[in-house]
Design a protein around this ligand. Structure first.
Ligand code: DGL
Length: 277
């Protein structure tokens, strides 16, 4: 049996990455963990996010994962380098806002980045901007309250109202490329497209993350060949996650030959650094 690819996020955001992985690598087994007990990660401390990421990574490795895809910009910013130190034998693929492609494509020299507060404040993101945002104006917004609205499901009017306040100043300044720096946001792309002028490009890095995962596996001769299966885990409620998966990635779900939904063993989180809660 193929060893699985482990994928995790604070919630349903990483499903936007999973659907790209499945498109590119349809002969793999996947494990997907949604940390819905602790979502949103965006305003949590780096220590908490590292702790959650470590527990989930260990769980995925215990289930046999051959690679870990951190399908969360916030967890990548807070924890990826630290995870690589903690698990030196493990291959990780992380994700970060696509500042580089946006900056190189920009005609106006003004780009927008929508990401969580944690991502925007992370050293990783600051260094990314220094390297690739030279001579470019980068307008950021942490879209406070947006991830809970997306996790909560149908609330299109509230989502549009929030996006309107975020996008309006960016549009009036002349943004021509908008980076989705949080994996939850591809699920509201239709609202973004509706609110943005036609000449603004929206950049979703999920396909690039899928390609990177394929490259790492190919380099390690670890590409799988078999029937597509996904075990979904929620640290919250698996039945709720099952509903969200049906709504958000119906085509992917259709394609999966064996999909199971399980509760993540919440007692693995024994040691949450409470002084940060
Ligand atoms: N989906 C996540 C990201 O890419 C985290 C959102 C959150 O939990 O605040 O940043």
């Amino acid at each position: 049996m193929n060893k699985p690819i482990g994928v995790f996020d604070s919630g349903i955001g990483g499903l936007s990455v999973l659907q790209e992985l499945v498109k590119l690598l349809p002969e793999e087994n996947y494990l997907y963990v949604a940390d819905q007990l602790h979502v949103p990660y965006g305003q949590r401390s780096r220590e908490e996010i590292r702790y959650f990421s470590k527990v989930i990574t260990q769980f995925l490795l215990d289930q046999g994962a051959k690679i870990i895809v951190v399908a969360c910009n916030t967890a990548t910013g807070a924890a990826l380098n630290w995870l690589r130190d903690k698990f030196p034998e493990t291959q990780f693929v992380g994700m970060e806002p696509a500042v580089k492609p946006a900056a190189s494509k920009s005609r106006t020299g003004i780009i927008g980045v929508l990401a969580t507060e944690g991502t925007i404040k992370s050293d990783r993101y600051i260094s990314l901007k220094t390297r690739f945002g030279m001579g470019i104006e980068v307008l950021e917004d942490s879209c406070k309250g947006l991830v809970p609205l997306i996790e909560g499901g149908e609330n299109d009017e509230a989502i549009k109202a929030l996006l309107n306040t975020v996008l309006e100043p960016m549009i009036s300044k002349g943004v021509d490329n908008l980076v989705l720096g949080c994996t939850h946001y591809p699920f509201i792309e239709k609202h973004l497209i509706e609110l943005l002028p036609d000449d603004v490009d929206v950049i979703n890095p999920a396909p690039a993350v899928a390609r990177q995962t394929r490259n790492v596996l190919a380099n390690h001769h670890q590409l799988g060949k078999g029937a597509l299966s996904v075990r979904f885990f929620s640290t919250g409620n698996q039945a709720h996650l099952q509903n969200q998966v049906k709504i958000l990635i119906p085509d992917t779900l259709e394609q999966i030959q064996q999909a199971t939904f399980e509760n993540f063993p919440a007692d693995l989180f024994t040691d949450v650094p409470t002084d940060y809660l």
